[in-house]
Design a protein around this ligand. Structure first.
Ligand code: ADP
Ligand code: MG
Length: 695
């Protein structure tokens, strides 16, 4: 231990930190000694108690002890050493695939062995595979550890034991110098904030012997909650700053209700739902101000988000500005293009588009027309992000299916105008309903509107869950639906990671279905096809020239074919709930009764059953999203890692929902009373992991 080390010193002052280790630490955001203190244990191992063999359970990670009754080498598919141990209450097997002669001798009959590991199911009994073990004296009491063992997130070249040693030194430092308390007085009134930061940190790094182990393992201990509170606050404060920074920009004042928008509404083939009207009002209120709108519209699949976006677009054009609508796929961009042309061209508004597949000549023309302002409304894909795309006077950016884009992309479009004084308003739309607590964290820089009503006349999709052993029955259902002049989607989801294999599976299914249903007009659409091929097929499907469309998950977003009344999803157990719900939203878009068949491959785990059951029981995207959040965590639910949601160290957006719920207020009080501490708070928790400077 180095004497008089202080927390603000560089980690290189620590024993064992040379330039290499320092570099690795820097990579995970640790520069000063105090940063180490915020490198919190992911979990703990409990080696403080011995578990009788008769009481251990599957998947438990625990310390056990026993006497070797039988030790033998088995020659099966893999040679392994099996040691049967007993302790008078029960028995289990230790299994080693790699072992030396010495180990084999150590673990021979009569030896007393103490092990730590996870219990798995073996052929005849519970097993520990390659446990940490030590041979102990046959007689007498051998002490157990007195503290829980923290397990830290490691990184390449930085091992658990080295991290533990570094943390020991950093904690010793806490005796010499103290960490400033950054919470405001008001923040500290919250019950979890009664612990001081220093006490909480000491506790989680070195839990004392009398700790409530269960609480700590479940991350519900008051000290952990104290830290989670501060971490969530740091995040909320950083999002506030981001928002503050955005609001310093000026935006063009767009038109509220005028003849243009009246005319637009009159020529729509349907009246707006109350929810659509309410959300449109919220948007119009924003864009008639000279500060940038930052609004997220959430609405379940089929709730009618497109028309809401179109109203905002009309308002921008009426005020003399251009508007752009971004979609995540060309397919969807094309659909929007058609819709917008149908709705806007009668009003004299020119609609153009910008996608990757355009020829060089087309593209050149588009770029020129965007630059000159000839195109008032542009629909497109990622191609709109490219540097050479410049707008004449961009007033509004709409991003559809926002979960497919990252926060940086979202902000990149802001700087597309020529007039850099004025930044466009932003409207982002998503069909993935995000539970409130998560939205408040992930999208804390946005205002949220919810379209919580479907257009009238929709009959809810009924969903059934069927094993793929009954494939023939399902094929028969497809035949019936098509006889009734309905159309059917057959979705192949086989391998999420590999688009190639997914396409392969879809091709195989197509051949199989064509053989089983020779009278049907069957087509295949998948992600590896060229844009125009995909478009041609989707168009044919929409026109009713195809009965059965076999597809990969490319059809997940947005495509609208009201006559489709049946969707079959193969291997549905492999997809997340929100994604399945999204896919299912492709049917039930007309007034006919629609069905969704979730096929699964047996055996289905208990969790898998529960997941599919949830889809069967509800059509409410919010309920489904909440379940998905609980089952798979926020990263999966939001569909991408680039949503701007950081990896939290202690906070858990599901477990700590109650803390998330008070964060708005907590951030208000923090920023009112101690705004000067904001930077320190953010750096303490997020270091430079979130690059707010850029946005
Ligand atoms: P999503 O929210 O999934 O993007 P869309 O905007 O594609 O939904 O709308 C789904 C379908 O509902 C479209 O065919 C659209 O024309 C129709 N629609 C939208 N709003 C209404 C409404 N108020 N009344 C009837 N049909 C509507
Ligand atoms: Mg849509």
């Amino acid at each position: 231990m180095v004497d008089n080390l202080v927390l603000s010193q560089s980690v290189t002052a620590l024993k064992g930190v040379g330039s290499k280790v320092a570099e690795r630490l820097h990579k995970i955001g640790i520069q000063q000694v105090q940063d180490l203190l915020f490198h919190l244990p992911l979990r703990y191992q409990d080696r403080t108690r011995l578990h009788p063999l008769g009481s251990v359970r599957l998947h438990q990670e625990c310390l056990i002890e026993g006497t070797v009754k039988l030790s033998q080498i088995k020659f099966g598919r893999r040679r392994s050493l099996l040691c049967h141990i007993e302790d008078g209450t029960g028995s289990l097997v230790l299994r080693f695939f790699h072992f030396s002669k010495t180990q084999q001798q150590q673990l021979s009959q009569g030896a007393r062995v103490r092990c730590f590991g996870e219990l798995r199911n073996g052929p005849s009994s519970l097993e520990m595979v390659h446990p940490e073990y030590k041979i102990i004296a046959v007689e007498g009491f051998v002490p157990v550890e007195t503290e829980l063992t923290p397990i830290y997130p490691t990184t390449e070249g930085l091992h658990q034991l080295s991290l533990r040693k570094l943390l020991k030194q950093a904690l010793a430092c806490l005796d010499n110098s103290s960490l400033p308390e950054l919470l405001s007085e008001n923040n500290r009134l919250h019950p979890v904030a009664h612990y001081s930061l220093t006490d909480a940190l000491r506790y989680v790094h070195q839990p004392p012997p009398d700790v409530d182990v269960q609480q700590l393992l479940e991350r519900t201990h008051p000290t952990q909650r104290r830290l989670a509170y501060e971490e969530l606050l740091a995040h909320q404060v950083s999002m506030r700053q981001l928002r503050q920074r955005t609001l310093q920009h000026k935006s063009p004042v767009l038109k509220g209700v005028d003849e243009h928008s009246q005319q637009f509404l009159q020529q729509l083939p349907f009246p707006l739902t109350n929810a659509q009207q309410r959300v449109i009002d919220e948007i119009l209120l924003d864009i008639t101000q000279n500060q940038p709108m930052q609004r997220l519209v959430q609405g379940d699949v089929g709730s009618g988000k497109t028309v809401v976006a179109a109203m905002a677009v009309v308002s921008a054009v009426s005020a003399g500005y251009q508007a752009v609508m971004m979609a995540p796929t060309e397919l969807l961009a094309e659909q929007h293009l058609r819709t917008f042309k149908a709705w806007l061209e009668p009003l004299g508004i020119s609609v153009g588009w910008c996608v990757g597949k355009q020829t060089a000549a087309e593209r050149k023309q588009t770029l020129a027309d965007l630059d000159s302002g000839e195109i008032r409304v542009a629909v497109g894909t990622h191609a709109l992000f490219q540097d050479e795309v410049v707008f004449n006077n961009l007033g509004l950016v709409v991003i559809d299916e926002q979960h497919r884009f990252g926060v940086h992309q979202r902000l990149a479009l802001r700087d597309k105008g020529k007039n850099l004084e004025l930044v466009p308003h932003q409207l982002v739309m998503t069909a993935t309903p995000i539970p409130r607590t998560l939205a408040m964290t992930a999208y804390a820089d946005l205002n949220v509107s919810v379209i919580d009503e479907l257009p009238p006349g929709r009959s809810p999709v009924t969903t059934v869950v069927i094993p793929d052993s009954r494939r023939d029955d399902i094929v028969a259902r497809v035949a019936v639906a098509c006889q009734e002049k309905r159309q059917v989607y057959w979705v192949c989801t086989l391998i999420e990671e590999s688009e190639h294999l997914q396409c392969q599976a879809a091709e195989d299914s197509t051949i199989e279905l064509q053989q089983a249903l020779p009278d049907l007009r069957i087509a295949l659409v998948h992600g590896r096809m060229k844009g125009h091929e995909k478009e041609a097929i989707m168009q044919a499907f929409k026109a009713g020239d195809i009965d059965l469309l076999v597809a990969t998950t490319v059809i997940e977003v947005g495509v609208d074919v009201p006559n489709a009344s049946l969707m079959v999803i193969e291997n549905s157990e492999r997809l997340g709930l929100a994604q399945l719900h999204q896919l299912r939203g492709r049917v039930g878009r007309g007034s006919i009764q629609s069905h969704c068949v979730l096929m699964y491959h047996s055996p289905l785990s208990e969790k898998g059953q529960a997941r599919l059951k949830c889809l069967r029981e509800t059509n409410d995207g919010f309920v489904i999203a909440q379940r998905d959040l609980e089952l798979r965590g926020p990263g999966e639910l939001l569909g991408t890692r680039q949503t701007g949601l950081p990896q939290f160290r202690v906070a858990d957006l599901v477990e700590d929902q109650d803390l998330v719920a008070v964060m708005q207020q907590a951030a208000d009080s923090f920023l009112q009373s101690t705004p000067e501490r904001a930077e320190d708070l953010i750096t303490r928790w997020f270091g430079h992991r979130i690059d707010f400077g850029q946005v």
